[in-house]
Ligand binder design. Structure first.
Ligand SMILES: Nc1ncnc2c1ncn2[C@@H]1O[C@H](COP(=O)(O)OP(=O)(O)O)[C@@H](O)[C@H]1O
Ligand SMILES: [Mg+2]
Length: 286
């Protein structure tokens, strides 16, 4: 199951020039603060400071960090929902002007429209963008429903589905617009542990099949180790990346991987970087 460094897993800085894929997302010294209108400087919350991250096409990168360290804030800036106050945040070499169809987000809580069927929820974005006709949009939606294993549920309403099934629909809806970059903010955090493990494997399968570039935020170390090509460990607030850890496992990954000594060692390594262990003193994570 172990593999040598390949283009996909090697940290960008270590790749020989000939193998370098283009950077898709490049965050350099990013600073993001929250300031209420007219608030004094003392009332400003510095959420992210000096965050550096590079994502190449087809990368699956997980960001782990303690609660409140700025993970959601950072993801929202990449999505274009929040401006940055310092540094630069570029997609394909250009500043991010705001939200766009090149990025799709999956949130922790289902964001489905309750009055629309599953199929209509998935095709909604496609029809809204007027990029395709209704019939074509519904055909694409059916294909995606298949992909996430819900082909029999096209005509159900969201309230008739379990939390795990709703998140599958959210994922299908995000993929429907064929985003360049898929952003996921703790999408499985409110799903029971067993379903979550199944969903993680499904997500990885779908992203590999569709060659999706993904930035996945979580506070769950095991989840990050199972999903990612690289794990970026955030410091407590103001968040920045204290360590990048390459995950040396081939895709597809199956559930047995979780019990392998290599996997457990990786989980330990991430935990050490996160909480401060033998190799990292508490003082280094500030
Ligand atoms: N809209 C907001 N206004 C002010 N402060 C905020 C807002 N959203 C988040 N914060 C603060 O910014 C910090 C980072 O929050 P967040 O990005 O949600 O963390 P995480 O996702 O890592 O748990 C926290 O201290 C939080 O209280
Ligand atoms: Mg969050």
């Amino acid at each position: 199951m172990l593999r040598k460094h390949t283009r996909a897993t090697m940290p960008p800085a270590e790749q020989p020039d000939a193998l370098r894929r283009e950077a898709h997302l490049q965050a350099t010294s990013v600073r993001i603060e929250y300031r209420a209108p007219g608030a004094a400087d003392s009332d400003v919350t510095l959420a992210v400071d000096n965050a550096n991250l590079e994502l190449l096409r087809s990368d699956f990168v997980c960001v782990v960090g303690p609660s409140g360290c700025g993970k959601t804030t950072f993801l929202n800036a990449v999505a274009g929902f929040l401006p940055i106050q310092g540094g630069s945040l570029k997609l394909d070499g250009k500043d991010i002007p705001g939200p766009g169809p090149d990025r799709a987000m999956v949130f922790q809580q289902s964001s489905l429209l309750p009055w629309r069927t599953v199929l209509d929820n998935i095709s909604y974005g496609l029809e809204l963008g007027r990029t395709m006709k209704r019939r074509e949009a519904r055909e694409r939606a059916r294909g995606l429903l298949d992909l996430v294993g819900l082909s029999g549920f096209a005509d159900r309403f969201p309230a008739q589905l379990s939390g795990g099934m709703q998140q599958r629909v959210n994922l299908a809806r995000a993929l429907a617009v064929e985003p360049q970059l898929l952003l996921l903010d703790e999408p499985f955090a409110s799903i029971d542990a067993q379903t979550r493990e199944v969903m993680q494997a499904e997500l990885l399968r779908v992203c590999t099949a569709q060659d999706v570039t993904a930035l996945f935020v979580t506070h769950d170390i095991t989840e990050a180790a199972f999903l990612a090509d690289r794990v970026c460990v955030f410091s407590p607030r103001p968040g920045h990346i204290v360590r990048e850890i390459v995950v040396p496992f081939e895709r597809p990954r199956d559930q047995r991987l979780r019990r392998s000594p290599e996997f457990l060692a990786l989980v330990d390594e991430i935990a050490d970087a996160l909480y401060g262990g033998s190799s990292t003193s508490e003082g280094e994570i500030h």
